[in-house]
Design a protein around this ligand. Structure first.
Ligand SMILES: NC(=O)c1ccc[n+]([C@@H]2O[C@H](COP(=O)([O-])OP(=O)(O)OC[C@H]3O[C@@H](n4cnc5c(N)ncnc54)[C@H](OP(=O)(O)O)[C@@H]3O)[C@@H](O)[C@H]2O)c1
Length: 271
């Protein structure tokens, strides 16, 4: 039976997509750049020799695009052509609610999957609730402060498990979705509210501080992000400040049959 290739299977959404499919007995090929990782096939966007072996015998792909590559379209177009050659019919692409279809960057990938594959879905999730744990939280932390350039702007943060549940439906439902899904959590929150909820969860003080986009970009760069990516990310915060992510969709509930998880459910308060 043909397998589903999950790119980014060790990552935030891919690991959850893989777990979801495994739990339902769907034949799975989990991919990672790490050589010899148990239960994984080696796949590296930067090493095209790994693409064809990863695609052999595959019917559908969960596609997490190359990360940190400013213009991923050429790489992804070559990959999709190889996939179609090998008989892959369906691709589910992880996009972003913050990035509409367009001629450049991640937005250019939406048209590629829409026009290049017989069956396709573009997932455009809001910002991940998981951005406030581990290294992702460290990227925005300064002392006991959570930095953003979002001001009072609100985001309907989404649990990565909800993205994965929708991705799995798009991968295995008999009729292809052949559409773009905007995915959000159930309630928009400001970064000040987020800081308060995360502080109650960890038991450690955390307070939101609004900074300018330039200062935020410098902070991201100091924490290892390439300067152009840091600037892009900081710029997205200013769009949030202007209300770009202050919206809720019912897509998770419509497609999974249960409501999207709240931010407080992801970060329950410690008593
Ligand atoms: N964070 C958000 O709020 C948010 C919101 C909307 C959309 N997104 C989108 O979500 C995507 C992933 O974001 P994330 O930060 O959460 O990352 P992630 O999924 O946690 O980690 C990246 C994954 O990609 C794999 N990977 C990295 N470089 C690779 C390469 N060269 N070739 C093959 N695999 C590679 C890594 O696996 P190995 O290390 O095992 O190879 C890892 O599993 C991005 O496209 C981002 O735009 C994020």
């Amino acid at each position: 039976m043909a397998e589903v290739l999950v790119i980014g299977a060790t990552g935030t959404t891919g690991s959850r997509v893989a777990a979801f499919l495994r739990g339902r007995g769907v034949p799975l090929r989990a991919a990672s750049r790490t050589e010899g990782l148990a239960g994984h096939v080696r796949f590296d966007w930067a090493d095209p020799k790994t693409h064809a072996p990863a695609l052999s015998g595959v019917s559908a792909v969960y596609l997490v695009a190359p990360i940190g590559v400013a213009e991923p379209a050429p790489l992804v177009a070559t990959f999709l052509a190889a996939a179609a050659d090998q008989g892959v019919r369906r691709v589910v692409l992880l996009g972003s609610s913050a990035v509409p279809e367009g001629p450049t960057g991640m937005g250019a990938l939406y048209r590629l999957v829409r026009t290049g594959m017989p069956e396709w879905t573009v997932l455009r999730p809001s910002w991940f609730a998981q951005n406030f744990t581990g290294g992702a939280l460290a990227l925005r932390a300064r002392g006991g402060e959570l930095l953003s350039a979002t001001g009072e702007g609100r985001v309907a943060f989404i649990d990565a498990a909800d993205i994965a549940a929708v991705a799995a439906r798009a991968l295995i439902d008999e009729p292809p979705h052949d559409t773009e899904h905007i995915l959000t959590g159930p309630k928009p929150l400001s970064y000040a509210e987020v800081a308060e909820i995360v502080a109650r969860h960890t038991g450690r003080p955390l307070r939101h501080r609004t900074v300018g986009a330039d200062e935020l970009a410098r902070h991201f760069t100091a924490h290892g992000l390439p300067p152009d990516f840091a600037a892009t990310l900081a710029e997205l915060d200013t769009r949030i400040a202007a209300g770009s992510e202050d919206r809720v969709t019912d897509t998770v509930e419509r497609l999974t049959g249960r409501p999207a998880r709240t931010f407080r459910e992801v970060y329950p308060a410690v008593s």
